[in-house]
Design a protein around this ligand. Structure first.
Ligand SMILES: [Zn+2]
Length: 490
């Protein structure tokens, strides 16, 4: 057990977010960043256990909605990769290539998949025959590799990350767009309801789309600082890939048609990073009940004289908790080499939802002290009531966390008409809503000007009803075609 961990985090989250996050990752033992390839980290048990639970929840929900799991090879032949020109242009700078098998140079380079469109669709062209096969919905859970040029940051930006990618084929654009809506609902259900991360969806500007898509819809996580974190996105690919890959079906009139494709890519490792960043506090990690590797830690407080009595009761309580809540992971921390206070710090750092303390006074009063990780409030609980208490606590914990972290989008938004006004809104830690000339390529210059003068980006237009309307673009003064949102991002 490292002494470092026991000391806690040396900076406050709102004073220096990066330092706070990196210290948390190291001291709570979420990842080890010392692996000898830049941008590739080792996921430690505490993170791996939670990430597995996140995968399980996501996979269950996708399968409930008709997506079936498959597993494709990690390598993609260059010839597949080259078939769609925007895609190859967008991804080539980031591809890791496999060029040799042993000592021999391969006849064709193989891409270590940065994403798997060009693997899925080769197979889809073999599998899909008729309109009766549609919708065709498959996904895989896997790792992908991108030779990221920007500075890497654990979980958020890495050269290897863990994700789910679902690829779906439909007979019409209408069917495909309803899949896009379903993907957005899935994202709300997972991120907000299960992971306690507040999000909002934007349709991204043309210049900020995933390479090779017609339309991109991306979730931005909201933080108290006003900065957003890009999380899952779902894409309408139209026929851009179905044409070169020959993903076709025979319609009801026996006529051959190209499929309309959508893809959805929740990056679980990045969502985990977002969850750690948004839910964590100055004392460390905070996790939803279901995702915690450990739920309850019991800490006995004793001296040589009282040790036997306290330990005997602590063991009884451990058993009571285990019996009353089957799924509950509970640990009695009986280490002698560190003090109870150090144990409190350590388990707070690692985000265990409930701490139960028991000392000689509690033996006399037949009670324990229960401490909630979210607000660190203490309460006395009678021994006879512990089973029910832990049961209720487990049911309420995640809702309590959600109440604390959920930010209403409206409360973070302020309207602005000029760049000067936008800058003020951004500097105040808010998201700016403004008029904009175009989200097509012609608007790119205005977006660059905003970025240069305010440090913030055009995130796109809001998905759903927009009640704010503007007459002019905030930069060029041309008529405003779109109401857009501008925010800094992590
Ligand atoms: Zn403009």
């Amino acid at each position: 057990m490292s002494k470092e961990r026991i000391k806690g985090i040396s900076v406050k989250k709102n004073q220096n977010f990066s330092k706070w996050f990196l210290e948390l990752v190291q001291k709570a033992e979420l990842a080890d960043t010392r692996y000898k390839i830049k941008g590739m980290i080792v996921y430690m048990p505490w993170a791996t256990i939670t990430i597995r639970k996140m995968y399980e929840k996501y996979q269950n929900l996708l399968e409930k909605k008709g997506h079936l799991p498959i597993t494709l090879p990690s390598l993609i032949p260059e010839s597949n990769f080259k078939l769609e020109s925007d895609h190859v242009e967008g991804f080539t700078p980031e591809v890791f290539w496999v060029t040799h098998g042993g000592k021999n140079k391969l006849e064709e380079r193989l891409a270590l998949r940065p994403t798997s469109e060009t693997a899925f669709y080769q197979m889809y062209s073999l599998w899909i025959r008729s309109y009766k096969d549609l919708p065709f919905k498959r996904y895989q859970s896997c790792q992908v590799w991108r030779h990221e040029g920007k500075a890497t940051f654990p979980f958020f930006r890495a050269r290897e990350f863990h994700w789910i990618e679902s690829h779906n084929v439909f007979a019409s654009k209408k069917d495909a767009m309803s899949q896009i809506n379903e993907d957005m609902e899935t994202t709300y259900e997972m991120l907000q309801d299960n992971f306690c991360i507040p999000i909002i969806f934007f349709q991204r500007p043309h210049w900020d789309k995933f390479a090779g898509t017609e339309e991109t819809f991306a979730a931005d996580a909201l933080t108290q600082s006003g900065k957003v974190i890009q999380l899952p996105s779902t894409h309408y690919l139209g026929k851009k890939f179905s044409k070169p890959f020959n993903v076709t079906f025979l319609d009801k009139n026996n006529k051959e048609q190209y499929g309309h494709i959508t893809c959805y890519g929740p990056a679980i490792s990045r969502i985990y990073g977002g969850m750690v960043a948004i839910l964590g506090d100055d004392n460390g990690l905070v996790l939803p009940w279901d995702l915690s590797p450990l739920h309850v830690v019991i800490i006995p407080i004793y001296n040589a004289k009282t040790k036997n009595n306290v330990m005997k009761k602590a063991k009884e309580i451990e058993k009571t908790v285990k019996v009353s809540l089957k799924e509950c992971k509970v640990k009695l921390d009986d280490r002698d080499e560190i003090s109870p206070g150090e144990k409190f710090n350590e388990w707070e750092l690692r985000g265990v939802p409930l701490r139960i303390e028991i000392g000689p006074k509690d033996i006399e009063s037949k009670k324990v002290v229960a401490v909630n990780r979210i607000d660190r409030k203490k309460q006395a609980v009678k021994w006879t009531n512990i089973g029910k208490f832990v049961n209720d606590f487990s049911k309420n914990f995640t809702d309590q966390l959600k109440k604390k972290t959920l930010i209403s989008f409206e409360s973070k938004v302020k309207t602005a008409k000029t760049i000067i006004e936008i800058k003020k809104v951004i500097d105040d830690g808010m998201i700016a809503c403004t008029g904009f000339c175009s989200l097509e390529l012609s608007g790119k210059k205005c977006a660059e000007s905003i970025k240069e003068k305010t440090g913030a980006e055009v995130r796109g237009k809001r998905v759903g009803k927009e009640k704010n309307k503007f007459k002019q673009c905030c930069v060029c003064g041309k008529p405003s075609k779109e109401t857009v949102y501008i925010a800094k991002s992590y």
